[in-house]
Design a binder for this molecule. Structure first.
Ligand code: GDP
Length: 298
């Protein structure tokens, strides 16, 4: 995905044999290669700078171990640092002590929130939970209908705005949805919210109002892995405008170069919990930093 990053590292250290420490010139040669690969993959510049700084420091500081040659040693350092930037261990959802657990989805229009709502609900249902979906995206004409369709496919009920339960007011719909879920003893409620094509203050305000009304246990920022260089900027805008506890990377099945994952976790320090990998309900998986690091290197 990063154009064989490990091959590039290996090529840059070709011919070196393991003994003692790597020279500064050798390390700098491979750091240049790593920097180029990360920038090619649209990783945000400050993240690239931090990352290569840490790799350089470790590569200069560590003795080349007996078991590895210098290139393998640097690949291992890069792998460890990638896992670290990507959040270390696999991230977990926060389950409420008193159900329902409230999960709010936020992100730009087209990021994949509605699709993700269905996938997440199905994933939870398969584990014995009893999720309910709440259609609080009243911005896009077809959003409520689309959530009803994914809810039906997932076999999960959808709370949709109707006369009497807050039609036209997304905050009221969200609130009524959560209280209905509580009343009907659903243990999880997933609130879909509106996005815009670009970041705008009105959208952020609406998301904040919904957040303040329903007090989510987790707010998941859903982001299209294909947006490349914009990922860091959009993630920062949502972090500052709404705040989020975790990230879902969608469209990871496309030819995204994976820079978005590194940029977002590097800039926001929030873990990526899930990856969306297609349009079907089952195209969904937990996000494992170590596996992603492996994919980036290969
Ligand atoms: P929302 O506006 O954030 O609710 O985004 P949607 O859920 O409506 O998704 C926007 C478009 O992206 C739809 O056509 C989805 O079918 C598609 N989509 C969503 N997630 C994925 C994914 O993981 N992979 C692919 N290839 N398409 C996706």
């Amino acid at each position: 995905m990063f154009n064989n990053l490990s091959d590039r590292i290996t090529a840059s250290l070709k011919g070196l044999r393991g003994h003692g420490r790597l020279s500064e010139a050798d390390v700098d040669k491979t750091i240049r290669e790593i920097r180029r690969a990360l920038l090619d993959a649209d990783v945000a510049v400050p993240v690239v700078r931090d990352f290569t700084g840490r790799v350089r420091e470790r590569a200069l500081g560590e003795e080349v171990s007996k078991a590895l040659n210098p290139a393998q040693q640097v690949v291992k350092i890069v792998n460890d640092e990638l896992v670290d930037v990507l959040g270390g261990a696999t991230g977990e959802l926060t389950w409420a002590k008193n159900p329902p657990t409230v999960i709010m989805l936020a992100g730009l229009q087209g990021a994949g929130k509605t699709t993700l709502a269905g996938k997440l609900a199905k994933w939870m249902k398969d584990q014995g939970h009893t999720p309910m979906l709440v259609a609080a995206d009243l911005q896009r004409p077809n959003a409520v209908n689309q959530l009803q369709i994914v809810g039906e496919r997932a076999g999960v009920p959808v709370f949709a705005p109707e006369p009497g339960n807050g039609v036209g007011d997304p905050v009221q719909v969200a609130l009524n949805g959560v209280s209905t879920a509580q009343f009907q003893q659903h243990d999880v409620v997933i609130v879909d919210t509106a996005g815009r094509l670009g970041v705008d203050e009105e959208m952020m305000q609406q998301a904040r109002d919904i957040r303040d009304a329903v007090h989510p246990d987790d707010t998941l920022f859903v982001v299209d892995a294909m947006i490349g260089q914009d990922a860091a900027r959009v993630a920062e805008a949502f972090r500052d405008g709404v705040g989020f506890t975790g990230v879902v990377l969608s469209k990871l099945d496309g030819d995204a170069r994976g820079g978005a994952a590194l940029s977002i976790t590097g800039v926001t320090q929030r873990p990526i919990l899930f990856a969306s990998t297609g349009e079907q309900l089952g195209d969904f998986e937990r996000f494992h930093p170590d596996r992603m690091a492996g994919r980036i290197l290969d």
